[in-house]
Design a protein. Sequence first.
Length: 127
Amino acid sequence: MPSSDANRRILLIDDEPDLCRIVKVTLERLKGWEILTADSIQAGLTQAEGKQPNVILLDLTLDGNGLTLLQTLKNNLATQAIPVILFTATNPSEDSLDFNPADIAGIILKPFSVLLLADQIIEQLGW
């Protein structure tokens, strides 16, 4: 049964098609959320600008340039207010990663429990 926040729109930007499919089906069925997916930086930027999701789940290692897309999203007037949750197998607290922690709403580490994913998103965004 969908929750009362069924009108949420989530954009998942990740280049792993199986993961995108699992996340899409699970969140749509469990929460009734609209899940958009993009498998590249350009597709993600286009979707973010055009569809204005409530949140973006961004694979940190997307095309080897997930941080570049994060910077682009935060510097773009059309997308800078959209919260971004890093969705990654890479620990973003490593010193080698150069990003402003204020640019992200949270982090979800892979591997993750698909059944707990919605709750993690809700908790990190305070929905």
